[in-house]
Ligand binder design. Structure first.
Ligand code: ZN
Length: 55
């Protein structure tokens, strides 16, 4: 197990505040506020459309 403290697991930027990603995001470690809100948006905005286009 690698403990990532101080770096965002997604963008690698410094963490002013650590955000714990949701399990369904498949992100290990903490992420920054920017990536967190971005992920939130992604998962809120992508209901069925992405699944349909991808499959
Ligand atoms: Zn980030």
């Amino acid at each position: 197990m690698t403990k990532q403290t101080g770096k965002c697991a997604l963008c690698g930027g410094d963490l002013a505040f650590k955000y714990r990603p949701m399990p369904q995001w498949n992100v290990s470690g903490f992420i920054c506020s920017k990536c967190y809100s971005q992920k939130l948006l992604e998962h809120y905005i992508t209901p069925d459309r992405q699944n349909i286009t991808k499959k």
